[in-house]
Design a protein around this ligand. Structure first.
Ligand SMILES: NC(=O)C1=CN([C@@H]2O[C@H](COP(=O)(O)OP(=O)(O)OC[C@H]3O[C@@H](n4cnc5c(N)ncnc54)[C@H](O)[C@@H]3O)[C@@H](O)[C@H]2O)C=CC1
Ligand SMILES: O=C(CO)COP(=O)(O)O
Length: 440
């Protein structure tokens, strides 16, 4: 049996088992005013002009004049609503899992020309027929304007922005596959993880595989199911390109979804990747019925670790106070909708890692991220006690309670080391005491 056929059969079986009831959500509840501003096509046309002029504009940075663009955006925004709508933003979303589906649906509902690329032909047929992603988002009817595509070339050519929402393990391969079809499209990563063994973030992979291509990363507290339920949510688009930030904001903004901007690509990306580690630890802690004090301690010390690691990787520590940092950390550490949290919870209840992953049946990036960050932090001497502890429990088979006790008993530290650096707190005092010097 061919691999493709086998793949189809497995997915068909999974889909048959999935819930088929479709919900009857309202699909168009944005106010008319918002629609006319954000879907007018003004930004689309600007974006088109500046990026599809294309690869050439990219080579010749002087072709993009941010001030002129800003001015035109302002001028156009103040024009009577409904005028000047040359075309919609054309978007491709790669990856038919829960997040690619949720975001492409959001874009279609916003009036963008939105196409979801899924590698499996039969899944595409099923999506076209049922308008429900039975495996990953059962029970949610997708917008009738959302298009589904199996052919990668058709999906990505002539688009303005390509959003990549495949797991980190498939990210590089996906970029390699789209490379022949790029002619000025921008790339936005929706993936939250690190590449196995190379420790590359998705922005690193984009720069390696698609040098010179305009790109951004999007990350925030965005549990896919809640987005399908129209729960008000927000995210962050980080890019060096002001134009791309505007385009993504205009494409995805709605009454249910707000996009904030950043130019700290590494910080935003690391927030999304690192919080998966702590979602696993929180899920595990929850299996021991810990109290709110314990959860609060874990969450804030996780934030300390994240920002420490971020600084060592060239990120701005303040980014971790934003939606992609503390926002996403809070969402994934408090919800059973998070797959990473569920993995941690299953491990805490005694399942083996293999059994937990199998039972989950979806992507949980944190498992690989723990290994990557553990290794990198050891190598660089970054103090990451929670990550190391989790690594010891999951990969070195150490008892969780003993590891947790050790964590509690490890030395005195500064609370926020960007306020009082650790070396100015206890270490100086300890050194004085050890040397028998009088206290000053
Ligand atoms: N689900 C969520 O709530 C959110 C997920 N993310 C991130 O989005 C990324 C994707 O996650 P999900 O959509 O949740 O995963 P998922 O587990 O729901 O689905 C993964 C999808 O990727 C496809 N895929 C796997 N390997 C592929 C390959 N080589 N080529 C093409 N397609 C391939 C699978 O067929 C499946 O459709 C992850 O990095 C995740 O951290 C980000 C924000 C929210
Ligand atoms: O990143 C997410 C929400 O922001 C999704 O988290 P999980 O991958 O743990 O489900």
């Amino acid at each position: 049996m061919s691999a493709d056929k086998k793949n189809n059969e497995v997915e068909d079986k999974e889909m048959d088992q999935a819930q088929t009831a479709a919900n009857t959500e309202a699909t168009d509840t944005e106010s008319g005013e918002e629609k006319s501003v954000f879907n007018s096509g003004i930004l689309a046309s600007l974006f088109d002009k500046a990026t599809k002029v294309g690869a050439k504009a990219k080579r010749d940075q002087s072709a993009i004049n941010p001030e002129e663009i800003e001015k035109t955006v302002r001028d156009n925004m103040s024009k009577p609503k409904g005028s000047n709508a040359p075309h919609q933003l054309r978007l491709a979303f790669l990856g038919g899992g829960s997040f690619g589906t949720a975001m492409s649906n959001l874009a279609a509902r916003n009036g963008c020309d939105s196409t979801l690329w899924v590698r499996n032909k039969r899944t595409v047929k099923s999506l076209q027929k049922n308008r429900v992603n039975k495996k990953y988002l059962p029970g949610y009817t997708l917008d009738e304007r959302l298009k589904f595509e199996h052919d990668l070339k058709t999906a990505v050519q002539d688009k303005d922005i390509i959003f990549v929402a495949v797991p980190s393990s498939a990210f590089r391969e996906t970029l390699k596959n789209i490379r022949p079809y790029l002619s000025g499209q921008s790339i936005v990563s929706l993936t939250k993880g690190m590449e196995k063994d190379t420790f590359s973030l998705m922005s690193d992979i984009i720069e390696q595989e698609l040098p010179g291509v305009n790109f951004g990363v999007m990350s925030g507290p965005n549990l896919a199911v809640e987005i399908m339920q129209n729960m008000p949510s927000a995210s962050v688009i980080a890019s060096d390109s002001e134009l791309l930030r505007h385009a993504v904001q205009s494409a995805l903004h709605s009454a249910f979804f707000r996009i904030f901007a950043s130019d700290d690509i590494k910080g935003v990306e690391l927030g999304g990747a690192l919080k998966n580690i702590y979602a696993i630890s929180m899920g595990m802690a929850a299996s021991y019925n810990v109290g709110e004090n314990t959860k609060a301690m874990l969450l804030t010390r996780a934030l300390a670790e994240m920002s420490r690691f971020g600084v060592a990787s060239g990120a701005n520590p303040l980014t971790f106070l934003g939606l992609s940092g503390v926002g996403d950390l809070y969402a994934t550490c408090s919800s059973e909708l998070s797959r990473n949290y569920r993995i941690g919870n299953m491990l805490g209840k005694g399942l083996s890692l293999e059994a937990a992953i199998k039972k989950l049946g979806q992507t949980a990036e944190g498992v690989n991220t723990i290994q990557q960050v553990h290794e990198k932090a050891m190598k660089l001497g970054i103090y990451m006690p929670i990550t190391h502890a989790l690594h010891a429990v999951i990969f070195d088979d150490q008892a969780a309670l003993g590891v947790a006790l050790n964590l509690m008993e490890s030395g005195f530290r500064s609370d926020v080391e960007f306020v009082m650096p650790h070396e100015y707190s206890n270490e100086a005092l300890n050194a004085q005491m050890t040397a028998g010097m009088p206290d000053q």
